[in-house]
Design a binder for this molecule. Structure first.
Ligand code: XMP
Length: 509
């Protein structure tokens, strides 16, 4: 496996994704991690990421000298390279006269190892203000650009390499080849980390960890918790008990459909709990989005807690924590501003005294999907759009009532089923309907109407962090609007949301 030491670059996760795409396992840790932790299973290579600091800044993250004790190949990217130079000759890194951001042409000077099978000239992506002015004599240049004499280097004796550009971003055309050269040829790793191998080793780990004890798992209807439950079930069979709570805020027929899938297709031991009245009661009259989230989160905990209380032989709680959440919590950067507090099944209180089983905590979302496919979870389920934990509760832009929920469910169902029917569902990352608290005048037949407005939103995105509105065909939108106004009593106007994220967000609340 490969150890990635994080110096705070916005691209660190991308390095991990590219390495995983080579079917090689890797982990991200803070730059100053005590590497003794890996004594039993040392990495076969180390990559040091870029970072926002300048090596000359006071208190800038330094070189972790322990990396050399491991005697494995090292690749420094951007800041990672500069810190290698700076540690040999303090002051060798300087602010560049021409800061380089964006595309640049790499010219290969030596193609024997790191830059093997890269054309003589190719586009690379730069993003740095500092550059190496004086290369320590231990190193030699193997690639340059017009602007940066030192674009790629190699240690003359040891297996230490550095690049000033970012091989992990897709704009660096041969970036993946460079990482492949490093991982396969230089670190001598084989790409044998696959969904199947992950499943096999994870099942073993779960069995060892859990022994004969019982595990409880909250299912949300989403891919992550479903994959977790299926994995744990493969490992320990009916020592697992799943709970699927109807919070009354789910889509039309969702509770029944998903419960059927769990029971009939995946044969999971699942208990469906209809707690919709309780959620609605707790949410009565609440308008503020964050307050709604807190109430929904707490009510879920109450319901779940009661289930565990009555069954105190549970020792473990299985959760669908993903790698980006883990990185977020171990990264040395400060937490970013809370725009929305996301309450997932994951937010269960520590007092519950359950040990955690988090079998996909090292995986990215697309890797979880691949594991799900390998476990035989049906494709239409794997490809479902994300759906927020608070459900339709944050899509009614006012206080929540049963009538409004029923209305929104019909609107949502028409939109989503039309997307599926017209083969557009997989083209968008997420699609949703909101019920606006706006009434407007319309005319139906010869009658004046004064009814509510439905908002439709569909976005394209890679990870939900940024998103663009989906340019759905106008005839399609016209057809959906027509159906909604004709079929859903209480709606006489439909609007389509054409804002991107940022500055808007995907959900309206
Ligand atoms: P925003 O609205 O923040 O949404 O652009 C990004 C993604 O997160 C989902 N989302 C939530 N998921 N609990 C969740 O589990 C929440 O409170 C929540 N709020 C937003 C949203 O559906 C989108 O996929």
């Amino acid at each position: 496996w490969i150890l990635i030491l994080d110096y705070g670059s916005q691209y660190t996760q991308l390095i991990a994704r590219r390495i995983r795409e080579l079917n090689i396992y890797c982990e991200i840790h803070p730059f100053n991690k005590d590497l003794d932790a890996f004594r039993n299973q040392p990495p076969k290579g180390i990559i040091m990421s870029g970072g926002p600091s300048s090596v000359n800044d006071q208190g800038a993250p330094g070189l972790n000298e322990e990396i050399f004790d491991l005697k494995v190949p090292v690749l420094g990217i951007c800041y990672g390279l500069q810190i290698l130079a700076h540690s040999k000759i303090p002051g060798s890194v300087e602010q560049a006269d021409h800061r380089e951001f964006g595309r640049s042409d790499l010219i290969v000077d030596d193609s024997s190892d790191l830059l093997k099978e890269i054309p003589q000239e190719s586009v690379v992506w730069m993003s740095h203000g500092d550059h190496i002015k004086k290369l320590p004599p231990e190193y030699e240049i193997i690639g340059h650009t017009d602007n940066a004499r030192v674009a790629a280097v190699r240690h003359r004796k040891d297996q230490i390499f550095g690049v000033q550009f970012h091989p992990e971003v897709v704009h660096t055309v041969y970036g993946k080849q460079i990482l492949k050269n490093f991982a396969y040829s230089i670190c001598r790793l084989e790409g044998n980390w696959t969904a199947r191998s992950f499943i096999e080793s994870t099942i073993e780990e779960i069995r060892t960890r859990v022994g004969n004890d019982r595990v409880i798992c909250g299912l949300s209807g989403g891919v992550d918790s479903t994959v977790v439950a299926t994995l744990v079930h493969e490992a320990i069979g009916d020592q697992l008990q799943c709970i699927f709570v109807d919070n009354g805020l789910l889509r039309k027929n969702e509770f029944k459909n998903v419960l059927d899938l769990y029971e009939q297709d995946l044969h999971l031991p699942v208990k469906g709990i209809d707690a919709s009245d309780r959620f609605l009661k707790n949410l009565k009259g609440v308008v503020d989005p964050e307050e709604k989230r807190v109430i929904i989160g707490n009510t879920f905990i109450e319901v779940f807690d009661e289930e565990v209380e009555g069954n105190n032989d549970f020792k473990f709680l299985a959760q669908g924590t993903l790698y980006p959440d883990v990185i977020e919590s171990i990264s040395f950067k400060g937490p970013s501003a809370t725009i929305k507090s996301h309450h997932n099944v994951g937010g269960l209180p520590e007092e519950m005294n359950l040990a955690l089983v988090e079998p996909v905590r090292e995986l990215f979302k697309d890797e979880v999907r691949n594991v799900g496919r390998e476990l035989g979870i049906p494709e239409h389920f794997i490809k479902r759009h994300p759906f927020p934990g608070p459900g339709l509760g944050i899509r009614i832009i006012s206080d929540i009532t049963q009538d409004k929920l029923d209305l929104l469910r019909e609107v949502d169902d028409i939109f989503i089923s039309e997307l599926r029917k017209k083969d557009l569902y997989d083209d968008v990352w997420q699609a949703l309907a909101v019920l606006l608290p706006v009434q407007s005048v319309g005319v139906m037949g010869d009658e004046r109407t004064y009814e509510f407005t439905a908002g439709l939103r569909a976005v394209t995105s890679v990870d939900g962090m940024t998103a663009d509105w989906a340019h759905l065909p106008h005839p399609f939108l016209a057809h959906v609007s027509n159906r909604i106004i004709n079929e859903v009593r209480g709606i006489n106007r439909v609007v389509y949301d054409i804002s991107s994220k940022p500055p808007s967000t995907i959900e309206w609340e």
